[in-house]
Structures are given as structure tokens and as C-alpha cells.
Design a protein around this ligand. Structure first.
Ligand code: TYD
Length: 133
């Protein structure tokens, strides 16, 4: 599976670091920013794919696992660094789990919220993949 971890440029300083995301760092223009927080360690989130939306996930604080499925293979990526962004392209199934205490997942998305862009049923996802998506 073609997984891309984006290095987020940072300004390091003994007094603390700054990570900066300008549009040239990302493969799309950001239309929406949201973040997951106060997540119970037992929570399994995600469980869907997107028809068009692409997004970048960043563990701004703490850590969590992202399981990616393309209908053929599966990969688990642990995000635990505020200067690494995981690009999830469209038509990839994702599940998020194993959240550490205090974890915050920042999401930069290529479109505004649209429930019609979601596929929330795994069999439907597999069917869409076999139709060439
Ligand atoms: P969802 O994307 O399914 O969350 P996750 O993948 O993190 O488990 O969203 C959960 C609920 O929140 C769902 O009812 C849709 C709603 N929601 C919005 O209304 N706007 C948004 O921008 C997002 C991300 C979710």
C-alpha cells in the first residue's frame, strides 16, 4: 500500500518547537480542520472510507494507531510525533484505535463535511474497490 508520511517543517528551539503547515507541504488545499480529543483508550474510531476526501492526520499530542485497508492489503501506522502527518488518500478504509491518555488527533481535510462522501460499510467499500475505485 502506498502510504505517505509527510514531514512537517519545524523550527526547533530549546524553549520549545514550532511546526508549521503551509499549503505547499500538503498535496491538497485545506478546506476543513478538526481534531479528536478526550478519546477513551477503548475507543475504535474511523471505520469508513471517503469517496473523494483526502486528509492528513497528525498526533498533535500522545499517540494512536491508524489501520489502513485498500481492499487487498492492510497496514498499521502508529502516530506519535507532532511533526509527522499521515496522508490518507480517498478510497482507503481507516480505523483509529489504541489512543493514549491525552491524545489529540488533528485532521486537515480537503473538503468540507459531507456525509454522502462516506462509505461506512466495509462490504460496500470492498465492492466499490472491485468496481475500480
Ligand atoms: P466521523 O467522521 O464518523 O468520526 P470518526 O471517523 O472520527 O470516528 O464523525 C462522527 C460524527 O460527527 C458523525 O455523526 C459526523 C459528525 N461530523 C460532523 O458533523 N462534521 C465533521 O466535520 C466531522 C468530522 C464529523
Amino acid at each position: 500500500m502506498n502510504i505517505k508520511l509527510i514531514d512537517i517543517p519545524k523550527i526547533e528551539n530549546i524553549l520549545g518547537n514550532i511546526a508549521v503547515i503551509e499549503n505547499d507541504v500538503l498535496p491538497f488545499e485545506v478546506k476543513r480542520v478538526y481534531y479528536l480529543y478526550d478519546i477513551p483508550s477503548s475507543a475504535n474510531r474511523g471505520g469508513h472510507s471517503h469517496i473523494k476526501l483526502q486528509q492528513v492526520l497528525i498526533a498533535i499530542s500522545g499517540s494512536f494507531d491508524v489501520i489502513l485497508k485498500d481492499g487487498i492489503s492492510e497496514k498499521t501506522i502508529t502516530l506519535n510525533k507532532p511533526d509527522k502527518g499521515l496522508l490518507i488518500r480517498n478510497n482507503i478504509w481507516r480505523e483509529l484505535e489504541n489512543f493514549s491518555s491525552g491524545a489529540v488527533c488533528l485532521v486537515l481535510a480537503s473538503t468540507i463535511y459531507n456525509e454522502e462522501d462516506y462509505i461506512r460499510d466495509f462490504d460496500e467499500f470492498l465492492k466499490s474497490k472491485s468496481n475500480g475505485n
